[in-house]
Design a protein around this ligand. Structure first.
Ligand SMILES: Cc1cc2nc3c(=O)[nH]c(=O)nc-3n(C[C@H](O)[C@H](O)[C@H](O)COP(=O)(O)OP(=O)(O)OC[C@H]3O[C@@H](n4cnc5c(N)ncnc54)[C@H](O)[C@@H]3O)c2cc1C
Length: 347
């Protein structure tokens, strides 16, 4: 009988739990409830045209419709809205971007995501050049509400515990954890999986990120704004701004003061209104070198499964990836080689 143990209730583990729930498959999901995790800190942004290259995010046309349906359905079941489609204004931050953008605009894949109207920003809110574009199909996920409400919904299927790798006994029948038997264990523990003895060969190249919370009167502007850093206005008058990438960081993770100061400077340079800094939060994005995510069973432990490497796109990709993994585990559907852990086995 299939009964799945999920370790980690971040965006990865939570999406998988919902996929199993949809299929009526019993599961237990365990999390150690750290106050700060990647999924709790994340801005939850979903953005079609991203990065300095102004390219459409990889497989956006596949991941986005799935994410939209998934979070809307979950919101209905939870009786809480967790997903917020928003206008997104991307301003061009330098001459390089100004030269690149007209070329990008001629590319057929970019057009569907660009709003025909120019951004039209209030110069009392945003400084300097307003040259840029508005994106369609952008959104943000309220990750904290989604994770908390999902945990409550899972009821007895949710457990608070730290699970050590050697506590999960793997035998011919399945796996056993604290006297309970499961058909599989799925490790969805984010960047900390790099310390798991069965997965220490996975080429993690995780990056620490920091997000600021600030107060500023944006005069009713609700769109997400971006020029050098992004700003998400929130209903309570605060905003979130981010984010940084630090490729080496201490353990336990902490953002470096110089990177935080640099982000604050970008925010103050961007906004024309006074900004009062409320705080900052830092966490580690689980990034796997050369991969957009990896899933599937360990090459020599078929009941020990990995679900990780969501990088900086966890909100966008987790719903599709979780369904893909569920269909693999439940129906035997082959994994897309792009995500197949076994295709990356170094032996
Ligand atoms: C600053 C910042 C900004 C970001 N912004 C965005 C954004 O705008 N949009 C977006 O899509 N993504 C964003 N991300 C990335 C996104 O947060 C990640 O893709 C996603 O959170 C990864 O989810 P995860 O479930 O794999 O890992 P995690 O969130 O790390 O979840 C793993 C969970 O497992 C638990 N755990 C670990 N080990 C154990 C154990 N042994 N026993 C029990 N529990 C355990 C942890 O406590 C944690 O709760 C951002 C990340 C950061 C840091």
């Amino acid at each position: 009988m299939i009964r799945i143990l999920i370790i980690g209730q971040g965006l990865a583990g939570t999406a998988l739990a919902w996929r199993l729930h949809e299929r009526g498959v019993p599961f237990v999901i365990v999390d150690r409830e750290e106050p700060v995790t990647c999924s709790k800190v994340a801005a939850g942004l979903i953005t079609p045209v991203t990065g300095m290259r102004l390219k459409v995010s990889w497989r956006f046309e596949v991941f986005y419709p799935e994410a939209l349906r998934f979070y809307r359905n979950i919101g209905k079941r939870l009786g809480r809205r967790v997903f917020f489609p928003r206008g997104y204004v991307r301003l061009l931050k330098n001459e390089q971007e100004r030269q690149k953008w007209p070329k990008r605009l001629r590319e057929s894949e970019v057009g569907p995501f660009v709003h025909p109207q120019a951004p039209q920003l209030d110069p009392a809110i945003v400084t300097l050049s307003h040259e840029g574009f508005q994106q369609r199909h952008a959104a943000w996920l309220d990750t904290v509400t989604y994770l908390e409400a999902s945990r409550r919904f899972f009821g007895d299927a949710y457990r608070q515990a730290t699970v050590e790798p050697d506590e999960v006994i793997d035998d011919a029948e399945g796996v056993v954890w604290r006297g309970e038997r499961f058909s599989h264990v799925v490790w969805a523990q984010g960047w900390q999986a790099a310390k798991h003895p069965l997965f220490d060969w996975v080429p993690f190249q995780s990056a620490l990120g920091t997000i600021l919370t600030a107060k500023a009167d944006l005069k009713g502007e609700r769109r997400i704004l971006n020029r050098g850093c992004w700003v998400i206005p929130r209903a309570d008058g605060t905003l979130r701004a981010g984010s940084t990438y630090e490729w080496s960081f201490p353990d336990p993770p902490a953002g470096s003061p110089s990177m935080i100061a640099d982000l604050e400077t970008k925010l103050r340079d961007f906004l024309a209104v006074p900004v009062e800094l409320v705080g900052s939060q830092s966490a580690v994005r689980p990034i796997i070198k050369g991969r957009q995510a990896l899933l599937g069973a360990h090459p020599s432990h078929p009941r020990v499964v990995f679900f990780n490497g969501l990088g900086s796109k966890g909100s966008l990709r987790a719903p599709w990836l979780a369904r893909h993994l569920a269909e693999h585990l439940l129906d035997g559907r082959p994994l897309d080689p792009e995500f197949d852990l076994q295709a990356n086995d170094p032996t």
